[in-house]
Write a protein that binds this ligand. Structure first.
Ligand code: OAD
Length: 279
């Protein structure tokens, strides 16, 4: 993303990769920590295409719960600092954000749509038709936290998305099976989320971006899930200065130039502030 009125040729390209750790201070569980998301559910039961084929209602119960949790969370200082940084005309950087997170918190902090994150693992506020793969904005939780069928609007979509012809209204349901249906094919929809065994989204855009980075920064990711876990090395090989902001060391320490240990809410605003002194 380039800033209006700036000569983008003189700007440094900063590419940021975020993971679940950046949302921890918003109250959302990470995946691998104690009590993490995958500790409470078997991945195979809720986050694989096989699980959806076997028991789509169980999968929709899980993702309804995640939509409710995400909607109840608020962007924290780290999300806000990134959005503000992208919005500052005086920045010497073109900032690009890749996120593995599906929680929509980056987008909710990005009020002026300057950050526009690339959501490589999909997003909780979207669903897609299982037949033709049309993607819809969909912020309904179809089940409540007890798993009862009780559709509610979580308001994860913003006003523009709700006004879009691709906003999915929950009344299009297969009432007999409690499965939400697509308006295009009248077939069940599924969460627009990358499940285990599926390919991440937007890789054709992400790889050249990582390779073009002058600065590459990971925030709150454990560095164990590929292909995202390989981006630090890819950026380093292509000449980027690499940074990692995380609460714990990650396996890629050999290719990290600067490791900043601590919480994202505290360290990210300080880090971005320090960049403003670089020319
Ligand atoms: P993980 O749960 O694997 O890692 C979160 C990282 O954030 C850990 O290294 C923590 O130490 C760190 N952390 C926790 N709290 C933090 C805080 N307040 N500030 C800074 N760091 C903090 O989550 P991800 O790396 O995002 O994929 O997981 C990657 C992918 O694995 C996810 O996108 C998901 C999962 O399976 C799919 O669902 C496809």
């Amino acid at each position: 993303m380039s800033h209006q009125g700036m000569d983008s040729k003189t700007n440094k390209i900063i590419v940021i990769l975020t993971g679940a750790g950046i949302s921890a201070e918003s109250g959302l569980g990470t995946f691998r920590g104690a009590g993490g998301l995958w500790e409470n559910h078997r991945v195979e039961d809720v986050a694989t295409p096989e699980a959806y084929n076997k028991d789509p209602l169980l999968v929709w119960r899980f993702y309804s719960m995640r939509r409710i949790q995400a909607a109840n969370a608020k962007p924290n200082m780290a999300h806000e600092a990134l959005a503000n940084f992208a919005n500052e005309e005086h920045s010497n950087f073109d900032i690009h954000l890749i996120t593995q997170n599906v929680d929509v918190l980056h987008q909710r902090a990005d009020r002026f749509h300057r950050l526009d994150p690339i959501c490589m693992h999909g997003s909780l506020h979207q669903s897609r038709c299982t037949s033709c793969e049309t993607v819809y904005f969909d912020d309904y939780a179809y089940f409540d936290l007890e798993g009862n069928y009780a559709p509610q609007n979580t308001e994860l979509c913003n006003a523009d998305q709700k006004a879009s012809p691709h906003y999915l209204h929950h009344y299009k349901l297969d009432y007999r099976n409690f499965l939400p249906l697509s308006p295009c094919c009248k077939q069940p929809i599924r969460p627009h989320i990358v499940w285990f065994g599926e390919n991440p989204m937007f890789m054709e855009k992400i790889i050249p971006l990582v390779q073009s980075a002058d600065l590459f920064v990971t925030i709150g990711t454990s560095g164990v899930v590929y292909p995202a876990a390989g981006f630090l090395e890819m950026a380093k090989i292509n000449g980027a200065k690499t940074f990692c902001i995380n609460q714990e060391l990650i396996p890629q320490s050999g290719v990290i130039d600067v490791f900043i240990q601590g919480s994202a809410g505290e360290k990210v605003p300080k880090f971005l502030e320090s960049l403003k002194n670089l020319s």
